[in-house]
Design a protein. Structure first.
Ligand code: ADP
Ligand code: MG
Length: 363
């Protein structure tokens, strides 16, 4: 299958609200998806993900900016001339047609030879794990199977780009996990360029080569799953990617690959993972697994255990501190000494703590 790039240059979309007010759904968004890459737009509800995807598909026209598919400018090209297929949350299958006819639909529209259609449909159904389902009505299939049919129908016309808008949101948790892995496998096998929309960070982490984190119509950060999780460039991205506590820090010294900081006079030496500017304010971000519990006075932040939650291998301790409630995740057995109500000290693993620009304080 051919793979092409998708590029957005300074794309904005402004809708008119009921009272004639401007709704800036997408605000100066630029990014590029490489041929064969799987990129996810991740962000809270209403941040502009669907609008971005619909502009790429051609269902909406940008207010400003340019969209390229491969080398071609498609900003004003109608959807059916874009060589794109889209998979939605609602599967959108034709209920009165068999699975086979649902998948064959796009090929029949293209007036492909009957035998060839039959062969291609059967191949694509095998790819999505529905070999031999040609004659079944969609209503006899489970939600996950129906979503596979929708995926087969999108793939069979051999589009250059595959778009997904929250395709797994209607499925139960176990099926969703299984389908994530399936979608990833199929996309890699076919080698198609894919752009996926979700508000679910685990889904984004599992599927993507790169994640684009959005908020209020803007791109907050673009990076690999590991980069956005481990090197968030803002408190928003840090919190959106997972539980994290923020502590106020003072930068004491910037060295070549280390940074000395202090939380209320207690010093820590961190790896310098991002460029640190003396003119900006930072917070110290600590994920639950980057903290542990110590006896009072021995760690960095004093507190009191509110609750211990036992999760088999791990214990999640919720600790009340002067900087708010902090979650500490330790291996079971490691900090069993700290009962609920006990005074403790939260200690920071220096190699796991990250300096994060305090965007609010800096603006
Ligand atoms: N057709 C429309 N008319 C007016 N406002 C819209 C329209 N489509 C979307 N919006 C608004 O644009 C913003 C972004 O919406 P959307 O792209 O659907 O977000 P997401 O998919 O991230 O949940 C929201 O505030 C939404 O209400
Ligand atoms: Mg949406």
């Amino acid at each position: 299958m051919k793979s092409v790039s998708v590029t957005l240059k300074n794309i904005s979309k402004v809708f008119k609200g009921f009272e004639g007010q401007d709704i800036r759904a997408v605000d100066d968004v630029s990014f590029s998806v490489k041929p064969g890459e799987f990129v996810t737009l991740l962000g809270p509800s209403g941040c502009g993900k669907t609008t971005t995807l619909r502009m790429i598909a051609g269902f909406e026209t940008p207010t400003k900016g340019k969209i390229m598919i491969g080398e071609g400018d498609v900003t004003f090209t109608p959807p059916w001339k874009r060589d794109i297929a889209m998979v939605f949350q609602s599967y959108g299958l034709f209920p009165h047609m068999s699975v086979g006819n649902n998948v064959a639909y796009g090929l029949k529209m293209r007036k492909m030879d009957r035998e060839k259609i039959k062969k291609q449909v059967s191949e694509i159904l095998e790819l999505v794990g529905l070999k031999g389902f040609e004659h079944r009505p969609p209503s006899s299939l489970s939600g996950g199977q129906q979503q596979r049919v929708a995926l087969a129908r999108a793939l069979v016309v051999e589009p250059s780009v595959l778009l997904f808008d929250e395709p797994l949101s209607n499925l139960d948790v176990l099926l969703r996990e299984q389908m994530r892995v399936e979608i990833r496998r199929i996309q890699k096998q076919v080698g198609i360029t894919a752009l996926y929309v979700t508000h679910d960070r685990t889904e984004a982490m599992t599927l993507s080569d790169r994640i684009i984190v959005m908020n209020s119509g803007k791109i907050m950060q673009i990076g690999t799953p590991n980069e956005v999780y481990e090197k968030p460039e803002s408190k928003f991205v840090a919190s959106f990617m997972g539980k994290i506590a923020f502590f106020p820090v003072e930068i004491k010294a910037i060295m070549e690959d280390r940074v000395k900081v202090a939380i209320k006079g207690k010093e820590l030496v961190l790896n310098k993972e991002i460029e640190i500017s003396e003119n900006l304010k930072y917070v110290l971000g600590c994920r639950p697994e980057g903290l542990y519990l110590e006896a009072p006075g021995k760690g960095h932040i004093e507190g009191k255990v509110l609750t211990n939650v036992y999760l088999g291998n791990y214990v999640e301790s919720y600790v009340k501190t002067e900087f708010g409630e902090v979650m500490v995740k330790t291996e079971a057995g490691v900090s069993d000494g700290f009962e609920e109500g006990a005074a403790v000290s939260v200690a920071i693993k220096e190699e796991r703590a990250k300096l994060i620009p305090d965007t609010q304080a800096n603006s």
